[in-house]
Design a protein around this ligand. Structure first.
Ligand code: ZN
Length: 248
């Protein structure tokens, strides 16, 4: 809770990153959340890991111990053998209770407009999991407009564009969200005036905050709480949208 607003961080990472060497534990995450008044966080594995089952297990243990503070998300290389991919998504949902699936195209180069990529969206649909797609750096598969194709092909699926395309492509994210009502935007890395432009086009009930990394927590929260917008709009962005997608 912060200035009367509950806070849901819809994009953060727990575990060990094989590419960057970062490690972040549940204890460190809780301490950071308490320091900044974050009530609940969606924990996502880093995009490159040595053992995705172990990373999912670490997140599941944190969720089990602190179910009000944490929700879990699936993230694994989509090019493992298909039965292995499908079994891990099933395990994460049915046994571990995860609430979303993330894809990070700059490390996991899946083209969202190919029909051969449908398996990921079909797996998400099977379990009504929102799909979180990193957008911005990592073009072309990270371009926001490409997600219009699966959003139309799977109209019941909710697709979250992480980073809203970043400062280079946030206008494209606005267009994608305008075209598809099942596209949501997570606002990390945008500047405050970008967020105000997003709000000119997209309802706050489809917008949410994320920190991505602990160094950005304070910036990402205060850039929303400091905007000259209505309190109920801030409440949706800071809590309501993520709570509706990933559970309270
Ligand atoms: Zn991230």
């Amino acid at each position: 809770m912060r200035d009367g607003f509950p806070i849901f961080d819809a994009h953060t990472h727990l575990g060990e990153a094989a590419h960057s060497g970062r490690t972040w534990s549940a204890e460190q995450m809780l301490a950071k959340m308490d320091q900044h008044g974050i009530d609940r966080s969606l924990l996502i594995p880093f995009p490159v890991v040595d053992d995705y089952r172990k990373q999912h297990g670490q997140i599941a243990a944190a969720v089990r111990e602190f179910p009000k503070r944490f929700a879990g998300a699936v993230c694994l290389n989509p090019f493992v053998p298909r039965p292995e991919f499908e079994d891990e998504v099933r395990r994460c949902v049915e046994e571990l209770g995860f609430r979303a699936i993330k894809l990070q195209p700059q490390y996991q180069p899946l083209n969202p407009i190919y029909a051969r990529s449908d398996f990921l969206f079909e797996a998400a649909s099977r379990y009504q999991l929102p799909v979180i797609w990193h957008t911005g750096s990592g073009a072309p598969f990270a371009l926001p407009s490409l997600l219009i194709v699966p959003a139309r092909r799977f109209p019941d699926l909710r697709i979250v564009l992480a980073h809203s395309g970043g400062s280079s492509y946030f206008l494209e994210a606005i267009v994608a969200a305008g075209v598809c009502r099942n596209i949501y935007l997570e606002l990390s890395s945008l500047m405050p005036h970008h967020v105000l432009e997003v709000l000119n086009h997209v309802a706050p009930s489809r917008l949410m905050i994320g920190s991505d990394l602990p160094e950005s927590v304070e910036t990402e929260i205060s850039k929303i709480s400091g905007l000259p917008i209505a309190e109920n709009q801030k409440r949706e962005i800071l809590w309501g949208t993520a709570a509706a997608l990933f559970g309270e």
